[in-house]
Design a protein around this ligand. Structure first.
Ligand SMILES: N=CN[C@@H](CCC(=O)O)C(=O)O
Ligand SMILES: [Zn+2]
Length: 425
């Protein structure tokens, strides 16, 4: 073998594969027994994709004639897949540090929200901000995330609550996606709160009749890529029925349903998500046993956010119950002006200490499971050669980010079994 390869990472004490049989997600026992190669090496081809992973001896023999642009001696080190952050609100302006004092003095999240602060405060500042300034602050936040190991991040809009600013936020996310060396899954969250001066019914109508049709236009014209639709389904925000209509309308546009549910009150969001074929539901601090069973059956992922329970002093999400029931459990930082955490390692740490997940479970939740996305069905050609996904549903298998370049992957890459592999417990 004598072609030029981009990189050889050799002699790592451990190469953590997470899984090795092309799994698209892990549950239960699969999350407890991760696949690890002791003393392993990795070859990256000139296209940036992983060409081979295996015991150092095997790779040495197979690639003895190969030339590498770069060689990293990883002796004594552990090689992990890129981390995946499944829930963030990283596009915003306006510092909410003053609310921390209010919360320490006893105000709840909804007290602040009802008093016109919280999301409303951020909406006011984000509406007034220039797109370039939002892009600059988003970029520096994404760089911080990347420095902490994140290679794929879900980014939401949701601080506009009207067409102009929601589009501005999605365009900023699109620009970051196009230009920054981090992978992004983009989420339209126009139903993050009911805007001041509107009722829930009016806000829902605006989303259904104004915002979503315009989003569809922008997507069809190839100006915007949006992957998911989100709603904050909560008492005093969007009720179950308005949540249903917005999510269903998003699904009809081909967006994956990925929404905030059962956070502060049991809303039966989990059951609704399962029924609609949601890809994921975030928070779930107040999920019921019935909701857990429905999510396990529908293969709807639970995105747990340990920073939220920490900062808001909420009950911890029921990670153990979700795991035991066989739900696909993922993790996210919930980075937002109220929970300022860019680091998935800290999120994993909190998940272990406060939610009683094991280290292998937390790693699987922050890699393969957080990269869950629906399998692309046969492409539908749109005018202009653009391609689209068919709507997600529980019948579709999820796939990991396995078509991403090496160093930007989630670890959800099918790998061959090699001698010397073992399970990490
Ligand atoms: N719960 C709703 N949304 C965010 C908080 C957003 C904000 O407070 O600005 C969350 O996921 O925690
Ligand atoms: Zn959120």
């Amino acid at each position: 073998m004598s072609s030029n390869h981009r990189l050889l990472v050799k002699n790592a004490k451990q190469v953590v594969l997470i899984c090795n049989s092309g799994e698209k997600y892990l549950t239960k026992h699969g999350m407890k027994n991760l696949c690890v190669i002791e003393n392993g090496s990795i070859v990256i081809g000139s296209d940036g994709l992983i060409k081979a992973v295996g015991p150092a001896e095997t790779i040495r023999a197979q690639y003895s004639e190969a030339a590498f642009d770069k060689v990293i001696d990883a002796t004594g080190m552990c090689v992990l897949p890129g981390l995946v952050d499944a829930h963030t609100h990283p596009v915003w302006a306006g510092d909410r540090v003053h609310e921390f004092a209010m919360k320490l003095a006893g105000a709840t999240y909804m007290d602040v929200h009802r008093a016109g602060g919280g999301i409303h405060f951020t909406v006011e500042h984000t509406r007034a901000a220039a797109a370039l300034d939002l892009l600059a602050s988003l970029s520096s936040r994404l760089v911080r995330m990347q420095r902490a190991g994140t290679t794929l991040v879900e980014c939401k809009s949701g601080y506009g609550l009207e067409l102009r600013t929601e589009l501005k936020m999605l365009e900023v996310i699109e620009e970051a996606r196009r230009t920054l060396p981090i992978n992004i899954s983009s989420t339209y969250c126009g139903a993050h709160a009911v805007p001041k001066g509107k009722t829930v019914a009016e806000a829902t109508e605006d989303i259904l009749q104004v915002q979503l049709p315009r989003l569809k236009e922008q997507m069809s014209a190839g100006k915007l890529r949006v992957d998911n639709i989100d709603v904050f389904c909560e008492q005093g925000v969007f009720d179950l029925s308005s949540t249903r209509s917005i999510l269903q309308a998003g699904k009809n546009l081909g967006l994956n349903i990925n929404f905030h549910g059962d956070e502060l009150h049991p809303m039966n969001s989990a059951q609704l998500g399962a029924e609609l074929g949601a890809l994921a539901i975030s928070h779930l601090e107040e999920v019921t046993d019935e909701g857990i069973a429905a999510m396990a059956k529908a293969k709807t992922a639970a995105v747990l956010l340990p920073t939220t329970a920490y900062i808001l002093r909420l009950p911890q999400p029921r990670a153990r119950d979700l795991l035991e029931a066989g739900v696909i459990v993922a993790l996210g930082s919930d980075f937002n002006p109220n929970a300022y955490c860019c680091s998935m390692p800290i999120v994993m740490h909190l998940a272990c200490v406060n939610m009683r997940m094991s280290m292998p479970e937390a790693l699987a939740a922050a890699t393969i499971n957080a990269a869950l996305r629906p399998r692309p069905l046969p492409h539908t050609r749109l005018p202009g050669g653009q391609q689209t996904w068919r709507p997600a549903g529980p019948q579709h298998h999820a796939v990991g980010a396995s078509d991403l370049p090496a160093g930007r992957t989630s670890g959800a890459r099918p790998l061959r079994r090699h001698q010397g592999q073992r399970r990490l417990r």
